[in-house]
Design a protein around this ligand. Sequence first.
Ligand code: HEM
Length: 282
Amino acid sequence: MWLLVSTLRHIAIAEAKLYKAQALTLSTNGCDASILVDPIEGNVSSEMASIRNFGIRKRELISIVKSMVEAACPQQVSCADILILAAREAVAMSGGPHIEVPLGRKDSFTAPSYQQADAWIPPATTGVEDMLHIFTSKGMTIQESVALIGAHTLGVTHCASILNRLYKAEGDKAHQEMEPGYEAFLMLNCPEWSLTSNISFVLNDPTALIFDNLYYKNAMGGRGVLRIDAEMVSDPRTAQIVKHFASDRDDFFCAFSSAFVKLSTSGSLNQGVIRKRCNVLD
Ligand code: HEM
């Protein structure tokens, strides 16, 4: 067991944000580990082939943990539960709240296709309206929705995800105001015609390995990376909440924890299987 805990912790430290927690929370069927299924397995073309899941990495680490768990207690712990625990560890190890998550999920029998993922997972150009629609339909309050996006306190955004925002003025630019110095920085780091925009990236906030509330302060200073980060600052439904979380880290942690639990249980499967391996369907 110590080896398992240490591997989970290692994952948490090394990746510090795991695959975006977004992957598991916004995974098409809720948290059923379908995100872990390899893109091509026989004739299955899974949701990982979707462009919307761009940037999701380190899935193989979950498979390593799974094989250790299987060796100790075969067919007892689902990939979905391992995924949730790893995400929970990643948040805690990077300085965020320690979240008690209910366990007992089952894994999906099937992997949603990339077409389904394309339809359900929000694109990088998503604004506040669509974000609130997605999260409130999963039972979140507006405050919890704003807290969830606070996960962007961790990790990076690849240039490919912001080229539209930087050069094509998608959506209502008025709500996405950027501090001019920061805009120039992003344009310098992410040139429009670069061949490496799938590889090059910018930090989501200056302390991208630490789960803190600097994300909100940063966004309020006009340095939100994604459209959603910038729009939440000025949208009347979210602006006051952003301001509040920027000044009260504990309230942010509290709202994030309750939203994380809600999301990790939303649509989660009591029916299903416990897969032997996470990256292939049994
Ligand atoms: C409407 C909602 C959301 C949208 C549109 C969105 C969009 C994105 C995009 C486009 C990226 C950058 C991907 C890349 O270029 O590599 C990203 C990164 C990230 N997102 Fe979100 N996201 C949303 C919600 C969430 C939620 C709910 C969480 C977690 C609870 C989350 C956690 C993260 C993390 C940790 C990263 C950094 C990943 C890394 O470093 O690899 N996001 N998000």
